[in-house]
Design a protein around this ligand. Structure first.
Ligand SMILES: Nc1ncnc2c1ncn2[C@@H]1O[C@H](COP(=O)(O)OP(=O)(O)OP(=O)(O)O)[C@@H](O)[C@H]1O
Ligand code: NI
Length: 325
């Protein structure tokens, strides 16, 4: 870790959804992590464990029935959880946090060309020459056009395809168009929720390598949410494993994927389930987030669990929340 202020400092983040009948769904419980500039943290875990809810909390995009606790602080001290919609929409989304969407094809508007998408984003976010007064003037239009072309080039999107519509692009080029859009505001922090879903293996590798380059080489931080452990292995400096709304382990990626390997029994189970490893799925299913057990949420599936695990929530020590780690 560097001494620089973290690009994002999340402390004790919890999100609960209020449900009819006074019930709660505890989607995220007490999540803490720091993301250093130029580094990538991969947040991994099974479907429904709370990854996207965590991302929505950081962006102020939770629905009205959500209550949050904790803090998520940017380097200048702005707390994303209390900032309010006006600040988030005007100064954070796109500008201080770039969003790499899950499905670029769905994120792009079908009737508009890639150039039109990029130029709109430049007008909105980036170009200092395009002040309100200059808008519509010829010099400003040319500046926008040039900035959009630079943005495309930065994400390796070919200039020859700028006037195409999203459906005329391969999956890889659509992903690059989405990445070009995410980079336009020059945000120091990128957030990617399942950026490789639906891509074939080669394209996963390429997309991840490109994201990596936009992060490490450019001093940006990347929070990548994925259930693709191979993609996480390829890109991450740090791995955070989420189970039933809780981060149960945070480890350096090389120790996690290499030696000594994961320290939490759930994290070990996740890796052992991979086809290229033991191909042995973890028996059972995660608990309902609306009816979490009092102790460790993994106890019912854990080979190491004892009586204490079923009644007592394990504290997090050196990045692992397990009584036995
Ligand atoms: N508005 C809501 N009201 C109640 N519960 C919700 C709401 N939104 C999400 N949830 C619940 O929060 C939990 C976490 O969902 P989330 O989308 O964060 O999972 P995820 O880890 O991103 O899964 P996936 O890998 O499938 O994307 C789920 O159990 C979901 O049903
Ligand atoms: Ni999700």
């Amino acid at each position: 870790m560097t001494d620089a202020a973290p690009a994002l400092d999340v402390r004790g983040l919890s999100v609960r959804f209020r449900m009819p009948g006074g019930r709660y769904v505890a989607a995220v419980s007490d999540a803490s992590f720091r993301l250093a500039p130029g580094s990538c943290l991969a947040l991994v875990g099974e479907s429904g464990c709370g990854k996207s809810v965590l991302a929505s909390a950081l962006l102020g995009l939770l629905p009205g029935n959500a209550d949050t606790a904790g803090s998520a602080v940017l380097p200048d001290g702005l707390d994303l959880l209390t900032a309010g919609e006006a600040v988030l929409s005007r100064t954070v989304r796109g500008r201080r946090i770039g969003l790499v969407p899950q499905s670029p094809a769905a994120h792009l508007t079908p009737v508009r060309t890639i150039r039109s998408h990029l130029e709109e984003a430049v007008r909105e976010l980036a170009h200092p020459a395009v002040s309100a007064a200059a808008r519509g003037r010829r010099a400003a239009r040319e500046a926008v056009r040039a900035a959009a072309e630079r943005a495309a080039a930065r994400a390796a999107f070919p200039a020859s395809h700028l006037d195409r519509h999203p459906h005329e692009l391969s999956g890889g080029l659509a992903q690059r168009a989405a990445t070009a859009l995410a980079l336009i505001g020059d945000a120091p922090l990128l957030l990617a929720d399942e950026p490789t879903t639906g891509l074939d293996r080669d394209l996963v590798h390429r997309t991840v390598d490109e994201l990596r380059a936009h992060t490490r080489d450019a001093g940006r931080a990347l929070l990548m949410i994925t259930h693709d452990l191979a993609a996480a292995h390829r890109i991450a400096d740090t791995v955070a494993v989420m189970y039933a709304g809780r981060i149960v382990e945070i480890s350096p990626a090389d120790a996690f994927f290499g030696r000594p390997g994961p320290r939490h029994p759930y994290a070990r189970g996740l890796l052992d389930a991979l086809p290229e490893r033991a191909f042995a799925p973890i028996p059972g299913a995660p608990p309902e987030l609306g009816a979490l057990p009092p102790g460790c949420a993994f106890a019912a599936r854990c080979p190491d669990a004892d009586a204490r695990c079923r009644t007592e929530l394990p504290a997090t020590r050196s990045g692992v929340a397990c009584h036995h780690a």
